[in-house]
Design a binder for this molecule. Structure first.
Ligand code: ATP
Ligand code: MG
Length: 434
């Protein structure tokens, strides 16, 4: 490995010191007998200055031809200079070209390229500073979640991805051949987490989930990262508290550690700063009333899609819950509301600023007979859920859980215009390459 100083470490305090930088050319500008070569690495960008009288004619000519993303190693002396980005530049004494590039397919300001071009060249796009910032924010949100979960006694488990049954409805299953049988890619780890609570009580997992969503919205991927929790002895109201504490911690910690990256995308941090418990809670009935008063055509019993949720979010300046959804629009495993059998004990967490659902959660049906009845009502075969039904036969307990879509959270935190920018190589109905 090359001993090097990272670009992010080049500060005015290093004035006079010799450093070696290794990275990629970000921009190359000649002014008279000097070349201002900006070098980028994983930590930032540094202005280096190549003067003909110091490096000589030959190196100077070579440097002149270095296009964007050429890989280089330079050695030189740090000089504090207010005009340089970061307040310091490097006066080059030695330049080693690892690979010269004449033309990089992505324009210097990727915002000027079409999304299609950026997605076709996603393997090159991901090295640009804004994409690196998105990935650092995503990584930090997950790191913060791990911190919180560890501190609060949740056990991490590692459920299977190859499964035999649907969790979120058969229509969005990816089917694949499994020797002489068929299997599916997991839509959610939930059923397996439910099995795990009997030993570990409070469990969580972070896995990819797969959904063959045909709807091409700005918030659906066919492969996304799913952070799921399941807790024994918890009712809906208990798990909602867990959700708001976890999400607040993730957002506050990321604000603390990644403010610079967040500010590359957001001028206004108000909604993030507001993300502190308790979050507002409104019932589904109230949500329908708000929407109707705003002129949205929706009736009690209708599901809320991205469009309806967007209108609802105008009422809030922080994440909020909608609870008490009608039974027929929700999954079979959700517990019926004992006060109102038309409803289930379910709550979604919605992000403000138009983003909508980031978490779906509920108390689970823990009664064997009721669960069998729900499976039949949904037109499914209880035989296919035999192992899952066993959990209601041997020491069944009240329990609740939820799933958070990591890319949905990232998209809101950074106000991205599409969820596909929140993942390294997005998978959508139209795209599985690169
Ligand atoms: P939606 O109604 O938006 O399709 P859902 O109700 O089907 O979502 P859940 O089954 O509740 O989603 O999944 C839990 C969480 O996983 C969601 O709140 C969301 O954050 C995330 N999620 C679900 N489907 C997708 C997807 N296709 N792409 C990205 N994230 C998703
Ligand atoms: Mg949901």
């Amino acid at each position: 490995m090359i001993e090097k100083t990272y670009c992010g470490e080049v500060k005015p305090e290093l004035d006079g010191q010799r450093v070696k930088l290794a990275g990629w050319v970000y921009s190359n500008m000649r002014v008279g007998k000097k070349i201002f070569l900006w070098i980028r690495d994983s930590t930032g960008i540094v202005q280096t200055v190549i003067a003909k009288n110091i490096v000589g004619e030959e190196v100077f000519e070579k440097a002149k031809k270095l296009g964007r993303e050429s890989s280089v190693i330079v050695e030189g002396i740090v000089k504090a200079d207010e005009r340089a980005p970061g307040g310091a530049e490097v006066h080059v004494e030695k330049l080693e070209v690892i690979q010269a590039v004449s033309e990089f397919p992505i324009p210097e300001n990727p915002g000027q390229a079409s999304p299609e071009l950026l997605l076709d060249y996603r393997h090159l796009h991901i090295r640009t500073p804004k994409v690196s910032a998105i990935m650092k924010v995503k990584e930090t949100l997950i790191m913060a979640a791990r911190e919180w979960l560890l501190k609060n006694g949740w056990h991490e488990v590692f459920p299977p991805i190859l499964v035999t049954g649907a969790v979120e409805g058969g229509a969005t299953l990816f089917k694949l051949k499994y020797f002489d049988k068929y299997a599916y890619l997991s839509q959610s780890a939930q059923l397996y987490l439910e099995a795990a609570i009997f030993g570990l009580e409070k469990v969580w997992s972070l896995t990819p989930s797969f959904r063959a969503e045909k709807s091409r919205t700005r918030r659906h991927l066919t492969e996304f990262w799913h952070l799921e929790l399941e807790g024994a002895w918890m009712d809906l109201w208990d798990i909602m508290k867990v959700e708001e504490e976890l999400v607040s911690y993730m957002v506050q910690r990321t604000l603390e550690l990644r403010k610079k990256e967040i500010e590359m995308f957001r001028d206004d941090l108000t909604t993030l700063k507001n993300t502190e418990p308790p979050f507002p809670r409104i019932s589904y009935d109230e949500a329908i009333e708000i929407l109707q008063n705003k002129g949205v055509k929706i009736e009690w019993g209708d599901d809320m899609g991205a469009d309806e949720e967007r209108v609802l979010t105008e009422e809030f300046d922080r994440p909020f819950f909608v609870y008490g959804y009608p039974k027929h629009i929700k999954a079979f495993y959700m517990k019926e509301d004992p006060q109102d059998p038309r409803k289930v004990l379910a709550a979604d967490m919605l992000a403000p600023e138009g983003y909508g659902e980031i978490i779906g959660g509920s108390e689970r049906e823990d009664n064997y007979d009721k669960l069998v009845q729900r499976i039949i009502e949904e037109g499914m075969n209880p035989k296919d859920y035999e192992w899952y039904l066993d959990l209601r036969k041997y020491g069944s307990v009240p329990h609740s859980g939820f799933g958070l879509g990591v890319e949905r959270l990232v998209a809101w935190v950074l106000k991205l215009d599409h969820i596909r920018w929140a993942t390294l190589f997005p998978r959508t109905p139209a795209r599985i390459y690169p």
